[in-house]
Write a protein that binds this ligand. Structure first.
Ligand code: M6R
Length: 605
């Protein structure tokens, strides 16, 4: 949510800041801006909308310097326009901010007689507070430390000062921020991606840390203003990983990467030689009577599928909740529970808060994440990677199938550890998992066929996704994917639940996508299909060849996915719903990779 990049260097910074912003655009894209120190003089440019608008603005009114900060915004306080775009300036100070200053109204009130506020943002007050401290004659260092002490909330800042030509000030509390080490240059960024073109040597600031970066050196202080040393991390993987290649959108590229990304996940969790789940030594499922899975959005649906797996295969009870609810409902916690946070980014504010809550209450915590340098990975007792590689499309695709694959492997490990699975069943289900990359490759062959079905779906104003058992979360995920990128209203439901109310919404031509691979629940789902078909729904049935044969002519359209064991079927039907939503969105001409109002990483509550 919002992206920050800063450079304290020797060469010109504007082009490099713009490049960093483009890498961060996935975090928000309502507006953007840059502030630099040119011979010690502060100048800034801002623009509403995407980074390309800022490029045009800078093309018309060039600016450059050797010290600069930049920001791409996802609006929290104040409409997304140029006035509210960062950097915010007051007097000598320009600031970029990620997060929310919770006491900003109180602070604004206290400055009302003294200062005029130009924006509706919570951030502007920080620039005023700092400028006031400087005007009192305090050094930038003392002024910054005093300013930070007045703020409540979650934030990451970058800040530069007019006539202070050599320094960027930055701070972290609640929102991630890293320093980058270059060759006689230093950087700051919301994440490694921001600095990928500049350096792979990072220092992650810890909670409450603040820092001063200069071209030649840097200093880090803790929340008590005591100088501290923090560990340097070398990031592997290069900037090229974030390119689109020949694909028109990152989302499609990421859908097509899934045979590889799922292979990477499997390689991490399955021991080829023993043909059984290979787990981190510190994770022994014999230690637990219950698993608590907490996540948001798509990651939450991965957790929902995992509940079926853990309970059915490992006979291990699972509680699952969305993070924003869990953290405030004062859940009853039992020390023999394993807490698992599922998060692509590892930075989602609510999921992180839930992890901290469980850790503080003495539970063993694990974070199943894609970004291993994330706060969750660093704070959890056990970091479990999904190895999907950078996911740029705001709509999560390959991270979801890798989360599912890792959770499936974890459930098998739990079943083995708890003695709930025979060796033969263990080998059989493990073999099913290892067949995933091949079957996903086959499912991707359906792309052209699905594109045709999607052009019909794109005409609808509303759609339903139905499933039973472990297909219910995929129905929810299919509906979410359609909503977020095509803006078509969609609902996912347990197929048996429709007749308890929502069936009233079915009318002639309402698209209903039914997820029904041939399994023990197939007949029941088909009964539900008939209930909606007889009320005029236009049915798309996602099934396998046996299901297709059994269903006959009941559906207007059929997507026949490769036949699989029910254990991996939710991962297979996912491919179909991803392609369906992707093509519907392309048909409607929406901004597939950066849909309106969304951001990839939700670091505010
Ligand atoms: O980074 P996380 O996995 O914690 O993110 C959670 C959700 O914000 C995310 O899955 C969101 O729902 C996606 N846009 C869905 O495509």
């Amino acid at each position: 949510m919002c992206g920050i990049i800063g450079i304290a260097g020797h060469g010109a910074v504007t082009e490099r800041l713009l490049d960093g912003l483009k890498r961060l655009e996935y975090r928000g894209y309502d507006s953007s801006g840059i502030a630099v120190l040119t011979k010690g003089q502060l100048e800034r440019r801002r623009a509403e909308g995407k980074i390309k608008n800022l490029e045009v603005r800078i093309g018309n009114e060039p600016l450059d310097g050797q010290i600069g900060i930049a920001h791409t915004r996802w609006a929290t306080h104040g409409v997304p326009n140029e006035i509210n775009a960062h950097p915010h300036q007051s007097g000598r100070v320009a600031v970029v901010h990620n997060g929310i200053i919770e006491n900003f109204l109180e602070l604004r009130e206290s400055l009302a007689g003294e200062r005029t506020f130009e924006t509706e943002t919570d951030t502007e007050v920080v620039a005023h507070l700092m400028d006031i401290e400087l005007a009192k004659g305090h050094s930038p260092r003392d002024a910054f430390a005093t300013t930070l002490k007045q703020l409540k909330g979650a934030y990451a800042f970058g800040l530069i000062i007019d006539e202070n030509p050599n320094e960027i000030y930055c701070a972290r509390a609640g929102s991630p921020l890293a320093l980058g080490i270059g060759d006689k240059e230093h950087y700051l960024g919301s994440d490694a991606m921001a600095m990928a073109q500049l350096t792979n040597k990072l220092i992650y600031l810890e909670e409450g840390d603040w820092a001063i970066i200069r071209p030649e050196d840097y200093e880090i202080f803790d929340e008590n203003d005591t100088p501290v040393e923090r560990e340097t991390t070398i990031i592997s993987g290069g900037p090229a990983m974030a390119e689109k290649g020949n694909f028109p959108h990152f989302m499609l590229k990421e859908i097509y990467e899934q045979p590889d990304t799922v292979t990477n996940t499997l390689t991490n969790y399955l021991d080829d030689l023993r043909q059984r789940p290979d787990m981190p030594a510190e994770l022994d499922f014999k230690d637990f009577d219950r698993v608590i899975i907490i996540a948001c959005g798509t990651a939450y649906y991965a957790g929902m599928v995992a509940k079926y797996w853990f309970e059915q295969v490992a006979e291990l009870a699972v509680d699952i909740d969305v993070a924003s609810e869990f953290r405030y409902r004062r859940p009853v916690l039992d020390k023999r529970s394993l807490f698992i946070a599922v998060s692509q980014s590892g930075e989602t504010a609510d999921t992180l808060a839930a992890l901290r809550y469980c850790k503080d209450n003495g539970l063993k915590t694990a974070a199943l994440v894609n970004v291993m340098t994330s706060t969750m990975a660093r704070e959890a007792d056990i970091a479990l990677p999904i190895k999907a590689g950078p996911e740029i499309g705001v709509a999560s695709t390959k991270a979801f199938t890798s989360q599912l694959t890792a959770l499936a492997a974890l459930s098998l490990a739990a079943a083995v550890a708890r003695g709930k699975l025979s060796r033969a069943e263990d080998i059989r289900l493990t073999a099913e998992l290892t067949s995933l990359p091949r079957k996903i490759t086959d499912a991707l062959e359906l792309d052209g066929h699905i594109k045709g079905i999607a052009s019909e779906l794109a005409k609808a104003s509303s759609a339903f996704y139905l499933g039973r058992g472990s297909q219910v979360p995929i129905a929810l995920e299919g509906a979410l994917k359609l909503k977020e990128i095509s803006y078509i209203h969609a609902e996912g439901y347990a197929a048996g639940e429709l007749k308890h109310g929502p069936i009233a919404l079915i009318e002639d031509g309402t698209p209903v996508i039914i997820l029904a691979p041939y399994d023990e629940l197939f007949e029941k789902t088909i009964s539900n299909l008939q209930e909606v078909a007889s009320r005029g729904a236009r049915i798309t049935l996602i099934t396998d060849s046996v299901g297709a044969e059994a269903a006959g002519q009941m559906a207007a359209d059929m997507i026949v996915i490769p036949t699989s064991d029910p254990f991996i079927a939710p991962i297979m039907t996912t491919i179909a719903v991803q392609l369906l939503s992707y093509h519907a969105a392309v048909h409607l001409g929406t901004d597939v990779d950066q849909p309106r109002n969304l951001a990839k990483s939700v670091t505010v509550e």
